[in-house]
Design a protein around this ligand. Structure first.
Ligand SMILES: C[S@@+](CC[C@H](N)C(=O)[O-])C[C@H]1O[C@@H](n2cnc3c(N)ncnc32)[C@H](O)[C@@H]1O
Length: 204
């Protein structure tokens, strides 16, 4: 059977309210990711959330008085429509990656549970570094689908969608190869049944 496009699946999810389930399910990891970047963010910064879903992380960042401009982008039109409906004043754009890149660069790039839907996520890390991030900018991304998280291995078949399975070391090497400095790898929000969201952090 031909694989489905991830963005089509997520459009369906937006229409049946599963975006809110993701918001709830990812919130613990994202809270920990945001506390990891907290001390690195400047007194005024711009931010972009990549694969923003219904835009909940953008709205969280917009509450930070230091955040002067936040944009959410997603390849699912229905997710973007939902984000705009929830937050008519917010900036949410429909953009399919990896082919799109922003006209301006950002001080902070955040991404949760997006990267592995790409065929070549490590190339995307290079794009982030070269085309998306300002000098001294901060990057953080979280993924739950990775080699060491065996419970996640069934997901591509279950959803009939492409996912790129990389190890913790692959991601770390990818961050370094992309040019990031001060690279840190964490596993956050672990519990008895979950080895944690794999988080990669780096600076330009
Ligand atoms: C698992 S959801 C996570 C959404 C959000 N970050 C959250 O935590 O609730 C993955 C998101 O990535 C988007 N996405 C997947 N592949 C994409 C692509 N090639 N270009 C842009 N967005 C994509 C999907 O539409 C979906 O909204």
């Amino acid at each position: 059977m031909e694989k489905r496009k991830a963005v089509d699946i997520f459009s369906e999810w937006a229409n049946i309210g599963k975006d809110e389930g993701m918001e709830k399910g990812h919130s613990k990891s994202v809270t920990q990711m945001l506390s990891l970047v907290e001390s690195h963010l400047k007194s005024k910064y711009s931010a972009i959330d990549v694969g923003c879903g219904n835009g909940w992380v953008c709205r969280k960042l917009a509450n930070d008085i230091r955040c002067e401009n936040v944009v959410g982008i997603d390849g699912s039109e229905d997710m973007i429509l939902k984000a705009q409906k929830k937050d008519p004043k917010g900036k949410y754009h429909h953009a399919l990656l990896p082919s799109w890149s922003p006209k301006e660069k950002y001080d902070f790039i955040h991404s949760m549970e997006f990267l592995y839907y790409l065929k070549d996520p490590l190339e995307m890390l290079k794009n982030f570094y070269n085309l998306w991030l300002n000098d001294d900018g901060i990057f953080i991304a979280g993924v739950d689908y990775y080699l060491e998280n065996e419970d996640s291995h069934s997901w591509p078949e279950r959803l009939n969608v492409h996912m790129t399975k990389l190890s913790i070391n692959d991601w770390k090497k990818g961050m370094l190869d992309a040019g990031f400095k001060d690279v840190e790898i964490h596993q956050v929000a672990a519990n008895d049944n979950f080895i944690g969201t794999l988080v990669m952090f780096g600076k330009k």
